[in-house]
Design a protein around this ligand. Structure first.
Ligand code: GLY
Length: 359
């Protein structure tokens, strides 16, 4: 693949997203020469064959180096681990000039980003995503944070990275479950923003991921550049499927379902609500279902029920006052927001998500 760079245009906080194979040294090392570097990974990343070389080269290039390693998985994204990481930085005497290099999936990126936003009131962050989901979504756009027992991502900060480096070689060894989870966000971009892109990905993940990554980050960069802090309603469209998805993650215990898997089932619920409330044709609702199946994603999770999910959905951080801000899709490529989803309709959507009712 030829190498590509997409820019997130945010005035003084603009940054490049580099995409290509074998590119990490070219873009990462210059950012670390003579710097105070905190490399943050999880134990899966630390076990990768390329990790030793990356660590050694950063150690040589940096003036000061500390490795922050966390246990892999969503359960790690909590305030206690956040606090331990800040203490490790303090003990290593990382100053305001320090840089956190987050090499990993969404959990590492979100946690590292929140540490970067908070430690000494903010130090620089470089995102090096190693999962498809992190590459196409969580490493771009500056949302960082941790989960609370009460809900997903309820504590966090906006912290734009200084660069995102997507080295496709790091994605080569992704387990198929992780790959599928990333495709959930890719399919989402097609649904909310680009019917042609939906056509391209509706039959499954292509062998060469470069095109889907580039297109996904182009869509995300465009949305973030126009509504960085989710204030105008534009960025909220990226939450399609996430209202039910987050509630699934929380009520099933963080980590049982990968974020992308929960979002896949959440998109089934959101597509159904879109059909019932804003006129998404049933044929398209079924096409969305088939696209998620073709991408090897779960479309139902048995045991989901209204009584458990509804109170968690009501806590959703996107709630405005008393009502939840639902992102719905009246037609492929377009979204609308609705804060009046009747309980009976939500109950019906959850029956579908649980597989007790057919679409
Ligand atoms: N993942 C949703 C967003 O970045 O806004």
């Amino acid at each position: 693949m030829s190498e590509k760079t997409v820019r997130v245009e945010l005035d003084a906080r603009s940054y490049p997203i580099h995409i290509g194979s074998g590119i990490w040294e070219q873009y990462l090392l210059p950012l670390t020469v003579g710097a105070e570097v905190a490399l943050m990974v999880d134990d899966n990343v630390a076990a990768q064959p390329w990790f030793a070389a990356l660590r050694t080269k950063l150690t040589v290039s940096a003036a000061k180096f500390v490795l922050l390693s966390v246990v892999a998985g969503e359960k790690t994204k909590n305030l206690s681990v956040f606090s331990q990481l800040c203490s490790e930085l303090a003990r290593a005497k990382i100053s305001r000039r320090g840089k956190i290099i987050a090499v990993g999936g969404g959990v590492v990126g979100d946690l590292a980003g929140f540490v970067a936003a908070s430690y000494l009131r903010g130090i620089a962050l470089v995102q090096v995503p190693t999962s498809l989901l992190a590459a196409v979504d969580s490493s771009v756009g500056g949302k960082t944070g941790v989960n609370l027992p009460e809900g997903k991502n309820l504590v966090g900060a906006f912290c734009q990275p200084v660069a995102v480096i997507i080295d496709l070689d790091f994605l080569q060894t992704l387990p198929s479950r992780e790959l599928a989870a990333g495709m959930a966000e890719v399919v989402k971009y097609g649904i909310i923003r680009d019917p042609e892109f939906f056509e391209l990905v509706k039959n499954g993940a292509p062998r060469d991921l470069s095109r889907v990554i580039e297109k996904s980050v182009l869509i995300k960069a465009g949305v973030v550049a126009n509504d960085e802090r989710e204030e105008t309603g534009l960025r909220a469209m990226l939450n399609f499927g996430h209202t039910i998805g987050h509630a699934i993650e929380q009520t099933t215990g963080y980590g049982q379902w990968l974020h992308g898997e929960a979002v896949s089932v959440g998109m089934i619920g959101a597509a159904w609500l879109s059909h019932r409330l804003v006129g998404l044709p049933l044929t398209v609702t079924r096409e969305i279902y088939s696209a998620l199946v073709a991408n090897k994603l779960p479309v139902t999770i048995s045991g989901l029920d209204f009584a458990r999910l509804a109170p968690v959905i009501a806590m959703d951080k996107k709630s405005t006052g008393k009502s939840v801000n639902w992102v719905l899709c009246p037609e492929l490529g377009r979204t609308t927001q609705n804060n009046k989803v009747p309980d009976e309709m939500l109950r019906e959507a959850i029956e579908i998500c649980a597989g007790r009712k057919a679409i």
